[in-house]
Design a binder for this molecule. Structure first.
Ligand code: P6P
Length: 335
């Protein structure tokens, strides 16, 4: 049974006892957690809050923004801009970076986020979430620009998500394993409910949007066909399928009981490497999965080794139980 300690105490111990994180990073993570609590409140209200449905604007991806997408983005910006721990922020909902205004002190961290991932599920009351990633400003850097964000995922110093589902749960890594904190609404604080999360290396559960099957590349078709063939097929065991269409919910299930998640390149938009975004979806989720003993690739290479060329670049994603990810990746590389 995990001892019931608050997120604050966990972070203080990560700072003081284990020396894993400096004070400025601890402060940043506490501010992000507080922002997630505010977002959870807004999401929780649903129709009562009058904020469901679409706004009249599109995001950088050309997708209609939900009102709650915009609200969540504003909550994260306003919570983090004044604290003195950040130089700038980047968001799925903003074209360019947001440099901390001169009226506030600038810090050494860069915060990237998808403020409300899975937002197509908002109106149907299915779990959604906030995904965040923290990088450090490059050394002896003068002034912050978009180029400072273009670091491979293995340079992250913290990553996590907050899933707004039956429980509101913050999942976090600072490089010392994965811990989960459940929001105690009576206390108004996140309480440690799981630590040293480990994903089983094998699984019988895969997650993919099957409606795209006719568009997949051969290696993905082979992997999924073998899962569907079950006991009588080459895998010699039956598989179950899940697809929430909310990456946060699918990844949370995998961290909780194992599984493999695939959002591969497909022929619908052949010039795009995939649908999901590298910097604020695949990188933070990929690090969490690796920290829990899983693996995350784009079908050919480790997600965290990809050198980003653009802030909003997309990537093909295969992540989860190590042996399954390695199998699906082998089908792509032939190795
Ligand atoms: P599809 C949500 O919009 C998202 O970015 C991820 O959270 C999710 O895994 C994926 O897209 C769902 O995409 O094409 O199945 O609707």
């Amino acid at each position: 049974m995990t001892k019931r300690i608050s997120l604050t105490r966990y972070l203080v111990e990560q700072q003081r006892v284990d020396g894993h994180i400096p004070a400025q990073l601890r402060l940043l993570l506490e501010v992000v957690a507080r922002a997630c609590k505010s977002i959870s409140q807004a999401v929780n209200k649903g129709d009562l809050g009058g904020v469901l449905g679409v706004a009249t604007t599109e995001n950088v991806q050309g997708e209609m923004q939900k009102q709650l997408d915009i609200i969540a983005n504003e909550v994260l910006i306003e919570a983090n801009e004044w604290g003195g721990h950040l130089a700038a922020m980047a968001s799925e909902e903003m074209e360019g970076i947001y440099v901390v205004p001169n009226r506030y002190p600038q810090g050494e961290y860069l915060l990237l986020f998808d403020p409300l991932d899975g937002s197509s599920n908002i109106d149907v009351n299915v779990s959604i979430g906030t995904i965040f990633s923290v990088l450090k400003m490059p050394e002896d850097d003068r002034g912050v620009d978009e180029g400072d964000f273009l670091q491979p995922g293995h340079r992250q110093v913290a990553a996590g998500y907050c899933v707004y589902g039956p429980q509101t749960t913050l999942v976090l890594t600072v490089g010392d394993g994965v811990a989960m904190f459940t929001l105690d609404r009576e206390q108004g604080s996140f309480v440690l409910t799981r630590e040293n999360v480990q994903i089983p290396p094998d699984t019988q559960e895969f997650a993919i949007n099957m409606s795209n099957m006719r568009h997949w590349d051969e290696p993905v078709k082979r992997y999924v066909d073998e899962c569907l063939a079950g006991k009588e097929g080459p895998r010699g065991k039956d598989f179950n399928m899940r697809w929430v269409a909310s990456m946060v919910a699918d990844v949370h299930r995998i961290l909780t009981r194992g599984g493999v998640f695939l959002y591969p390149w497909d022929k619908r938009e052949p010039d795009k490497p995939g649908k999901l975004r590298l910097m604020y979806e695949a990188n933070p989720m990929g690090w969490l999965i690796e920290q829990a003993g899983g693996a995350a690739t784009n079908g050919r290479e480790r997600i965290l080794d990809i050198q980003p060329a653009k802030l909003h670049e997309r990537v093909s994603v295969i992540l989860g139980s190590k042996n399954e990810v390695e199998r699906a990746t082998r089908y792509h590389t032939g190795l």
